[in-house]
Design a protein around this ligand. Sequence first.
Ligand SMILES: [Zn+2]
Length: 311
Amino acid sequence: MRRLCLLPLTALALGLVLWTAGLEAVQDPIPPIEVHRITDTLHMLGSGMETGGNIAVLVAESGVVLVDTKNEGYGPTILDLVRQITYKPVTMIINTHVHYDHSGANTEFPDTVQFVAHENIRRHWARTDCQPTPTNCDDFQGENRKYLPKTTFNDRLSLFTGTPDQIDLYYFGRGHTDGDTFVVFKEARTMHVGDMFLGKTLPFIDAENGNGGSAIEFGRTLTKVIDNVRDVDTIINGHWNTLLTWSDLVDYRGFYMDLYDQTRRSLDIGLSPEEAIAAYEKPARYSEFAANKGAGAFTVNSIVNYIYQGI
Ligand SMILES: [Zn+2]
């Protein structure tokens, strides 16, 4: 029972706490998945943490392209929502990273779909010694090995090049995992960033499950995105049920790098991790971003501890 593993559930529970902390009204346990229109041909399917990551739906000339597929079991729901947008079939699925809440329904689509992913994502899914981790490895064993992505890339891949459907995939290094893919829909000036920016909270660094996450590299990778990607206005984030902007991404990089820099200074003057956590103060200009202190993922504590450990 992969879904019962402790770490992702702990992370999810903490995420839910953070997600609901600022809300006035009591939320339904599983909110409906909302369709957010970006352009006539590009939509986001969102709902918050509970159903899994946000999905991008591009209605391309040759069929529908999905970026991510939420948790296991959501395939039929996703298809129903796609049918509200277009009669075209799903022909391509791109995944932003290895986690089950972004790829759980991949194997619920026909195996004729073209699956596209970073080579590190494929490598993790292809392991035969799956552990109960957030990695969606169990889904690709046995008969389901046919669902392993056949189209992979290392640092950059352009799809439908030179057409209005052009999609550019970028990999800039480690962060949330070691396969985080930035998916740019050129005509819509929109980028899906997966969990490299899951919402206005600190990230989960998946460093303990063989997935290559790095708190030290996280901010550098965001900086490479900001320095190298051009002509993007709209950001599809990992989990928040709203569209964000390029300037939100730039602020997020600043928010993260400030925590990183404060931690480095604490390390340099010989403070302990506990003292570094206590010393951290969030600058007022990042008031929109949650920087909770405490146990578990998505916290100042977890980021500071990883930086101290050189991860
Ligand atoms: Zn993730």
